[in-house]
Write a protein that binds this ligand. Structure first.
Ligand code: AHM
Ligand code: MG
Length: 337
């Protein structure tokens, strides 16, 4: 894992993501070169998707394509655009040996004549995309691993591994503004896109979760079929003396970003509708768990820490409890005793 390099105070304002990476990774030759190029290609794709999301109501990009993806969900036009844009940005750069996408059943190899690189990139290209017609926040979530295989195309073993092996994770939230949140294991930092100059600037340095939360995010309509111990926890939040409030968009990246900035806990438990949970381990739970731990929070599946899980199959689902440590630990304790 990379070790932190202190930021010079002059970088607190007007620091581009590019400069931030160069300054924080310059003493780590193992992390420069391909890794910086990878992040640069992610930001390029993010700018393209952000521009298209902003114009979606004008560009005929609202709504579904009419087909279903391998998860049995309706594919939105913007899902297709985001998936293709991130793939195109990464496959030719010589930095990844494989891509895994929520939108595609199989591992995506690197097509000739491009050269496979050192990293594995897993993504949900447009999380929460069913919200696009309502202008709610949506986003791209990604996890990065260093490959295990020696060279050539990646192999399943490069991605079927423990969450602890991630080297970086992040997301881009396309909301009132476009914000890229990134961690390389040296804290969590947010960069806001200034669309007038096309650059991401450091706007949220070293995000830390508040020590205590009184805000929860979940689809409460499903709670009638949750574990009764969790129903008890939810009932207790209704005590006016406890001072809780509820905030739920129905877009994981939007709900997570709000909770990261303001404090909160997000829950997606198993229910009759989704007996194994709905969210995907590799490109939703893993990267957000990496980020939340870097910000001082925690993530579990109700039993074990998300990052201690090992991926068994590409699109494996998991229950998810993520956010402020006190709330996640309390819920996990309730569900394991
Ligand atoms: P998606 O990846 O296909 O967009 O689905 C995942 C989304 C999450 O963003 C969100 O947390 C969840 O589905 C909402 O589910 P529900 O509508 O059941 O509350
Ligand atoms: Mg998603």
């Amino acid at each position: 894992m990379l070790t932190p390099v202190a930021l010079h105070p002059q970088f607190e304002e007007g620091t581009t993501l590019d400069r931030f990476l160069l300054e924080t990774l310059r003493d780590h030759p193992e992390a420069t070169g391909q890794f910086v190029t990878l992040i640069n290609q992610v930001t390029l794709a993010a700018k393209l998707v952000s521009a298209r999301v902003n114009r979606a109501g004008l560009a005929g990009m609202f709504g579904a394509t009419g087909t279903m993806n391998i998860q049995g969900e309706y594919v939105q036009k913007m899902d297709v655009y985001a998936n293709e844009t991130f793939k195109r940005a990464l496959e030719h750069a010589g930095v990844v040996c494989m891509i895994v996408s929520e939108e595609e059943e199989e591992i995506i190899g690197i097509p000739a004549p491009f050269t496979p690189g050192n990293y594995v990139f897993a993504m949900d290209p447009l999380d929460g995309s069913s919200n696009i017609d309502t202008n709610a926040s949506i986003g791209t979530i990604f996890a990065v691993f260093r490959r295990k295989s020696a060279s050539g195309q990646g192999e399943p073993g490069d991605v079927l591994r423990s969450g602890r092996e991630m080297v970086a994770a992040g997301y881009v939230v396309y909301g009132a503004g476009t914000v890229l949140v990134l961690s390389t294991g040296q804290g969590v930092h947010g960069f806001t896109l200034d669309p007038s100059v096309g650059e991401f600037f450091l706007s949220h340095h070293d995000i830390r979760l508040s020590p205590e939360t009184r805000s929860y995010s979940c689809n409460e309509a499903y709670s009638g079929s949750w574990d009764t111990r969790l129903q008890g926890w939810l009932s207790a939040t209704k005590d006016p003396a406890a001072g809780w409030s509820a905030r739920y968009i129905g877009s994981l990246v939007g709900d997570f970003h709000r909770n990261l900035v303001k404090g909160g806990v997000f829950l997606y438990p198993p229910s009759r509708k989704s007996p194994s949970g709905k969210l995907r381990l590799l490109y939703e739970a893993f990267p957000l768990a990496f980020l939340v731990e870097q910000a001082g929070g925690s993530a579990t599946d109700g039993r074990v820490n998300i990052l201690d899980r090992t991926l068994g199959s590409l699109h494996e689902r998991t229950p998810l409890y993520i956010g402020n440590r006190d709330a996640v630990e309390e819920i996990t304790r309730l569900l394991t005793t």
